[in-house]
Write a protein that binds this ligand. Structure first.
Ligand SMILES: [Zn+2]
Length: 397
């Protein structure tokens, strides 16, 4: 569980009957008390009515207590997650890292300023960029500023359901987007969203014919076009995110989370292609660093190691590498390594990984060892298949 899921667990309790304002307490006041009062006024025996009321109050109390217990549990969950993400003793941590002092060297201070300036510029927060330019000797390059302004404008347009600026950018950069080795599917996805937002079937098909046929055979253009013929304009096809045949669920109309998700997906795709086009890093480096340290749990781990083994490990700032593993999500693993399952050695340029025809991978040296004795083929150490020397493929990680 992370902070956001702990928070949503807490939020979901606010709408549950046992803890909400319309829950047991309300029922007690609105129903039971009013009921008892009118019964007494109507001449019923007060002793009977009061005894019943007492029973009801007791039951309601139990219900309320049950609800509160759940509520405190969820609240505790949020606290725990916050503690996990942000170690509470930041002061002690910063003391531990104070010698040698952080960012005291002019180069280090400048590098930090640069990272912050780049991050602000990339997000288009120009007021802050200008304030930083005033306070430091750095300046944000005007060409980058133009590009970042363009990126923010197009992302904003996508958010407000106007895909034309994004499509125009794609047209202007079509040769870049379509060139190998990574031809982009961004223009197709933009057109697909426009296609689905067109209400008239005939117009939608005309649009697809004019704009989307070029994406065959890599994209399911024909499936998309024909799907609208099978759908009456009034029915809503549930979307599954990947392939949405329901034109009535088209992007850009009032609606449920799907359009929002689709818009977010398009923004992400666009930003990726834009960054690739101008050779910007895919993500904001400062954001990645901060996220790995906080939510990724790295700082927490380092701090734990320092507390537990600090004296044995010496000054944390002098560590060449972390003495423990930090489990990072797959999207944050940048330097994949391959360890040969036979020799247990890490692959290198001179001893690269090789894939056999069965799909198993071993390091080249292990492969050559298995070839010994003038053999032309290698029997896979993991399955019965044989691979001839010339067919084994070098892999790049
Ligand atoms: Zn095999």
């Amino acid at each position: 569980m992370d902070i956001s899921s702990a928070l949503s667990a807490l939020e979901s309790l606010s709408s549950s009957t046992s803890t909400s304002s319309s829950g047991p307490l309300n029922a007690l006041i609105d129903t039971h008390f009013t009921n008892a009062k009118s019964r007494i006024l109507a001449g019923e025996d007060p002793r009977v009515v009061i005894t019943e009321l007492q029973k009801n109050v007791k039951n309601c109390k139990k219900e309320v207590e049950k609800g509160l217990k759940g509520w405190y549990g969820a609240l505790g969950g949020v606290g725990k997650e916050v503690d996990k993400a942000f170690p509470p003793n930041l002061g002690a941590i910063s003391d531990a890292y104070a010698d040698p002092p952080l960012f005291a060297e002019p180069e280090a201070a400048e590098a930090l300023d640069k990272a912050i300036l780049e991050s602000l510029g990339r997000r288009g927060i120009w007021e802050a960029v200008e304030a930083m330019e005033d306070e430091t000797s750095l300046s944000y390059s005007p060409s980058k500023r133009d590009l970042s302004t363009q990126l923010q404008y197009i992302l904003h347009s996508i958010r407000s359901s106007n895909l034309q600026p994004a499509l125009q950018w794609c047209t202007e950069n079509s040769s870049f987007l379509s060139s190998p080795p990574h031809p982009s599917s961004l223009p197709y996805h933009l057109h697909r969203t426009v296609f689905r937002s067109i209400k008239s079937q005939r117009e939608a098909i005309e649009y697809a014919k004019a704009n989307m046929m070029g994406y065959l055979p890599n994209q399911p253009v024909l499936k998309l076009i024909t799907s609208c013929l099978y759908q009456s304009p009034l029915t809503k096809i549930p979307t599954n995110g990947k392939f949405n045949g329901g034109r009535e669920n088209g992007f850009g109309k009032e609606g449920e989370g799907d359009e929002e998700g689709e818009s977010e997906e398009l923004q992400k795709m666009f930003q990726e292609e834009f960054c690739r086009r101008y050779q910007w890093s895919k993500e904001d480096p400062l954001e990645v660093t901060v996220e790995l340290g906080s939510r990724g749990g790295t700082l927490d781990r380092i701090e734990k190691a320092r507390r537990v083994m600090g004296e044995h490990l010496g000054n944390v700032r002098k560590w060449d590498e972390l003495p423990m593993e930090v489990p990072l999500p797959p999207s944050r693993r940048y330097h994949s390594v391959f360890v040969c399952p036979v020799s247990k050695e890490q692959a290198t340029d001179t001893n690269p990984p090789k894939m056999l025809t069965c799909g198993h991978v071993i390091a080249e040296e292990s492969f050559n060892r298995l070839l010994k004795g003038g053999r032309r083929t290698v029997k896979c150490p993991y399955c019965p298949q044989e691979t001839s020397q010339s067919v084994a493929q070098r892999l790049y990680f």
